[in-house]
Design a protein around this ligand. Structure first.
Ligand code: BGC
Length: 380
């Protein structure tokens, strides 16, 4: 019996040593690829977050001139947000199918224009709330997401794996981190079957916050970059926003860094006591560059402990109701903290509510040079 078991044990030991070596080389690969994702911009509200996915809108909302501008400004990658529903429909469409059956062809054009301009592309599945709601419960919805990714990864498997990345899902909003861990591993395996070489972007369970990242266990797959989003403190970055906490829509002109001199006056913006208490905390927490750096350092530490590369692929401040100088200060402080920790970043967003440009559909973009400067970039 013993003589039979010994060679088996030897085989198992060799096999697991070889697997560990493969994983280590995949991790090295992911670290190398992360170098192509140092400074990016989110192309939002284009192929996601809208009701209208007609060609007449997507052709004008963001176009080849915008992509060329993004490259000229010094960004090295674009995170391309894609709504799961029209994508799924387009991947399944038979010739002559529904009105958005060319959705995928339009996406291909966007991806290839970006690659042609020297930009890397993050393919980000950015589903609507109801799609996420279904993922929280049934298992069919998980099968569907895995199937969607299997098809999408196969579709893009021929594009350069150095410059095309697959992000499993934007801000999953799954409150049970163990459900999300299982779901994420399942989808990563589906992507891996269809695209053996491409780097996957994974994230934490709820809003992709730093806390969600810290609670995550790294995947068995080594060719993965881990993502988090940074909007801290939301009282500042989401002032005036009509989504998220209802009271945010009342607030405006909150200074950053937080100075206590204007606190009393600003607190009057928020009628409800419980909400006012949260805004008061903004000052009491002394939000400044040091505070931001300390939080981002926690993410960096998690990356070091897990020996995995990181990216912060959303950060930004809503511009309509924010004091412009404070917004610039915040963008600069977050960007420099990320860079100090060697973490690539993707600002939210190109022309939406947090944008780096202002643009009317079909018109040339007007660049906000102060934001460009705060990002440490410049026009070429
Ligand atoms: C959401 C956007 C939102 C942004 C900032 C994104 O992940 O999809 O709708 O504007 O975060 O809150």
């Amino acid at each position: 019996m013993r003589s039979f078991l010994f060679p088996l044990a030897l085989f198992v030991a060799f096999a697991s040593a070889a697997a560990a070596q493969d994983r280590a080389s995949d991790v090295q690969n992911a670290f190398g690829r992360a170098q192509h994702l140092k400074r990016g911009i989110n192309a939002s509200e284009w192929f996601a977050q809208t009701e209208d996915y007609s060609a007449s809108r997507t052709d004008r909302y963001t176009d080849a001139a915008d992509i060329a501008l993004i490259a000229r400004l010094g960004f090295d990658h674009v995170r391309l947000s894609i709504d799961a529903a029209p994508l799924e429909a387009s991947l399944q469409a038979l010739p002559g199918g529904g009105e958005n059956s060319d959705f995928l062809a339009r996406l291909d054009r966007a991806v290839d224009t970006m690659l042609g301009d020297g930009l890397s592309v993050l393919i980000d599945i950015h589903p609507s709330d109801d799609y996420k709601q279904r993922l929280r419960n049934g298992n069919d919805s998980v099968d569907r997401l895995a199937m969607l990714w299997r098809k999408l990864a196969a579709h893009y498997a021929g594009r350069d794996p150095e410059r095309v990345f697959f992000e499993i899902m934007n801000e999953p909003e799954v409150s049970d981190p163990y459900r999300w861990a299982g779901l994420q591993a399942r989808v990563a395996a589906a992507i891996r079957q269809a695209a053996p070489k491409h780097t996957i972007i994974a994230t934490g369970a709820m809003w992709s916050d730093v806390q969600d990242l810290l609670a995550l266990q790294s995947l068995a797959d080594g060719n993965v970059i881990y993502n988090f989003h940074f909007y801290e403190p939301h009282e500042f970055t989401h002032q005036g926003a009509t989504w998220g906490e209802p009271w945010w829509s009342y607030s405006h002109s909150i200074p950053y860094p937080a100075t206590e001199s204007s606190m009393q006056q600003l607190l009057k913006q928020v009628p409800d006591g419980a909400n006012r208490y949260q805004l008061e905390n903004y000052w009491l927490n002394h939000w400044d560059a040091g505070h931001i750096r300390a939080l981002i350092d926690e993410a960096a530490e998690w990356g070091r402990e897990n020996h995995v590369p990181l990216i912060c692929d959303e950060f930004g401040a809503y511009r309509e109701h924010t004091d412009p100088a404070s917004r610039i200060n915040w963008i600069r402080d977050v960007r420099t903290a990320l860079e100090a920790d060697g973490i690539g970043w993707t600002m939210w967003d190109y022309r939406g509510g947090f944008g780096v440009v202002r643009k009317e559909d079909g018109q040339p973009a007007q660049v906000d040079d102060d934001v460009v400067k705060a990002l440490g970039l410049g026009r070429k």
